[in-house]
Design a protein around this ligand. Structure first.
Ligand code: HEM
Length: 245
């Protein structure tokens, strides 16, 4: 997009890319669809992850075997961790696209919005948009910490507490540090808020909602977000209360 001035008149030229994918990305609808589709992939990951985590309640063997399986799946045809790296790459690409689209849409809406904060509906929309942005940023920071913590053992442990592939013991040792367990529970609260609005927003963008089913879809989104929240926090809560030790 370019601005030029001729005889005191401001003219805005819009350059449309010839590549259809870039042209699609340059539209507001395109960015919203990218957010919705990448969001859907990330929700799929989160549901798989929470289901995997719950294996901890079966016992150390179940969750440690699951962690080994994630690395060995596809062998001997594929290399060790090859599938895992493909999944990691897809997730990284989704996070990058999701965040980029969110930042660009925020800029566009902040630039285009007429200042009308008196209207109640506008205020509610602004609040949820703000919650999504701040919450999204917090979750991004959480994920960076989380990978350094439970996957790599680089932060949050006393020396010698973390052992590669001993997921059960790593999780128990991790949440014996109470501030860390509380931080995880707060982060899962942020995830709940993000998904509560995000799932609904995604369904709207993908064209699933109409006047009749709005309330039902909002309820379904909230239920999914709550089940994910409950599943995730059950692990630190179980360690803190001694159910898992
Ligand atoms: C209380 C909540 C959570 C617990 C107890 C937990 C537990 C774990 C554990 C034990 C691992 C390491 C698995 C392994 O090395 O085999 C892991 C990895 C990971 N978790 Fe979580 N997780 C939680 C929440 C989340 C959330 C909410 C997200 C994303 C929004 C997330 C994203 C990831 C990612 C990206 C990895 C790295 C996977 C990899 O590349 O190896 N986790 N988590």
């Amino acid at each position: 997009m370019q601005n030029s001035q001729s005889q005191g008149v401001s003219v805005r030229r819009i350059s449309v890319a010839s590549n259809p994918i870039i042209a699609f990305w340059q539209t507001v609808v395109g960015k919203k669809i990218v957010m919705a589709v990448t969001g859907l992939v990330l929700i799929g990951f989160v549901i798989g992850h929470v289901a995997g985590n719950l294996k901890i309640f079966i016992g150390p063997e179940a969750i440690n075997a699951y962690s080994r399986f994630l690395r060995e799946v596809g062998q001997p045809e594929l290399e060790y961790e090859q599938v895992l790296w493909i999944v990691r790459s897809v997730l990284l690409a989704c996070v990058a696209l999701h965040v980029t689209a969110a930042v660009q849409l925020s800029k566009l809406s902040l630039g285009a919005r007429p200042v009308d904060y008196k209207e109640k509906k506008n205020l509610a929309t602004n609040m949820s948009a703000m919650t999504m942005r701040i919450g999204g940023l917090f979750l991004f920071g959480y994920i960076v910490f989380h990978v350094l913590h439970l996957t790599l053992g680089k932060v949050g442990y006393d020396p010698g507490e973390f052992h590669h592939l001993s997921v059960y013991q790593n999780v128990v040792n991790a949440f014996h540090h109470q501030p860390i367990a509380i931080f995880y529970i707060i982060a899962m609260g942020a995830l709940f808020l993000h998904l509560d609005h995000g799932i609904w927003s995604m369904l709207q963008t993908l064209g699933f909602s109409n006047r009749k089913n709005q309330a039902t879809l909002k309820g379904i989104g909230r239920l999914i977000a709550f089940l994910i929240f409950a599943g995730f926090i059950s692990v630190p809560v179980a360690v803190m209360t001694g159910v898992i030790h």
